[in-house]
Write a protein that binds this ligand. Structure first.
Ligand SMILES: [Zn+2]
Ligand SMILES: [Zn+2]
Length: 406
């Protein structure tokens, strides 16, 4: 069934939907249905040729290189001659801690049987084993969290701090759990691995030293940046303000702040916050020890930094999900999103190709989750009639089969 749906999609696809910048300099690759192999080192002179291949082969996954090569179809990497690469940022809902993960995700240690709800840990909390089996879902709330990270990345970092223009960016929904932002500006494209690592660290807020950003004691009095300062100075101040304005006693105690300071802060919260809003800001009311300041700074930085996957950003030869292709794990389209539409983007509306009908499925299991604005599940070995885009998603996820009747 899924192959049939994919074939139908590729048959009706317009070659223009596959047109990416520097098309003939990119390497393409795909993974067929039912085979764990990657067919790569493909090069095409135009999107029409690629569309033809997709229609004939009907792949499960399709990729293109973030890099531009002199000879993209050369079978060996060193024969390709690297010319440049998009600067890519990857934001994945899987890596963002959202409260809904407690409801729809779970994990189990294959060594000792320990398990739990929510995001899978790196290693088992009981025996330390890394052999962990997990099931994860992405719901509307997870995607919303990823979307707000993308907006933060573009608005706070790429445009205001780094000076790239929206016109030089391609925003792509990955078809699964997140978004890719490709910066296709000539200044970014020739950056080497070290420069990209610097940018990734900057965006992730690694190595931010508070006193380099003006937060320090001068003659025994705490001074600090203003919320409206540019770059990390202002971001640090806003991070402090956000964290402190929402902080409850329990949050501060969990940070191991001293009990006496927590008591002082809770009874002077409004005054302290109003001091930070002043121009110039007044930090001295915080009356905090150097170690307390660092603890809050790390929380403040965590909240305003951007959760990108740095491995994608520093890789100059990565294969990325091809815009216009279908994601084999969801049946959703890896679709390009104009910046102005990002706010209202709903994958089950704008990245679903097959949405007029309903399909009857036998769903083996799924938790209750919100998809495309609809509350679906929980199901356990149930026959249900679902909108086609949701049914396709469950088929691709491998938790359901088409119901053929009694
Ligand atoms: Zn274990
Ligand atoms: Zn969720």
């Amino acid at each position: 069934m899924l192959v049939k749906l994919f074939k139908l999609y590729y048959k009706n696809l317009k070659p223009d939907d596959l047109n990416v910048k520097g098309f003939e300099k990119r390497e393409f690759a795909y993974m067929p249905f039912n085979k764990q192999t990657m067919i790569r080192h493909l090069g095409f002179s135009n999107p029409k040729q690629l569309k033809q291949l997709l229609e004939e082969e009907v792949p499960l996954h399709v990729y293109y290189s973030s890099a531009y090569y002199e000879n993209p179809s050369a079978p060996e990497m060193d024969e390709k001659t690297w010319l440049a690469a998009d600067l890519v940022f990857d934001i994945d809902a899987e890596h963002i801690q959202t409260p809904c993960k407690e409801q729809h995700d779970h994990w189990k240690c294959l060594d000792c049987g320990e398990g739990g709800k929510g995001m899978a840990p790196d290693k088992c909390s009981r025996c330390g084993s890394k052999k962990i089996e997990s099931e994860s879902w992405v719901c509307d709330c997870c995607l919303e969290a990823a979307r707000s990270e993308v907006l933060k990345l573009i608005e706070d970092f790429l445009t205001s701090d780094l000076g790239f223009s929206i016109k030089e960016m391609e925003i792509v929904f990955s078809g699964h759990r997140g978004f890719h932002v490709h910066v296709e500006s000539s200044t970014a494209m020739t950056l080497d691995v070290d420069a990209r690592r610097e940018l990734a660290d900057y965006v992730r807020g690694l190595g931010i030293s508070t006193n380099f950003h003006g937060l320090m004691k001068v003659s025994g009095i705490l001074v600090g940046p203003s919320l409206s300062d540019i770059g990390w100075r202002g971001r640090l101040a806003r991070g402090f303000y956000d964290f402190l304005s929402k902080a409850e006693e329990a949050d501060l105690l969990a940070l191991r702040m001293s009990k006496s300071w927590v008591k002082y802060f809770m009874s002077n919260k409004e005054k302290i916050l109003s001091g930070l809003l002043q121009n110039p800001p007044y930090w001295a009311w915080l009356r905090i020890s150097p170690s307390g300041l660092e603890k809050i700074a790390s929380k403040a930085i965590e909240n305003v930094a951007c959760r990108i996957d740095e491995r994608v950003t520093i890789d100059i030869k990565r294969l990325m999900r091809m815009p216009g292709s279908l994601h084999g794990k969801t049946g959703l389209i890896a679709v390009r999103i104009p910046y102005t539409k990002l706010d209202s983007f709903d994958p089950f509306k704008e990245a679903a190709f097959f949405k007029k009908d309903t399909i009857t499925l036998k769903v083996r299991h799924m938790p209750e989750i919100k998809l495309g604005g609809l509350l679906i599940g929980p199901y356990k070995d149930e026959v249900v009639k679902l909108p086609a885009e949701i049914a396709t998603y469950l088929l691709a996820k491998g938790v359901a089969d088409v119901y053929k009747g009694m």
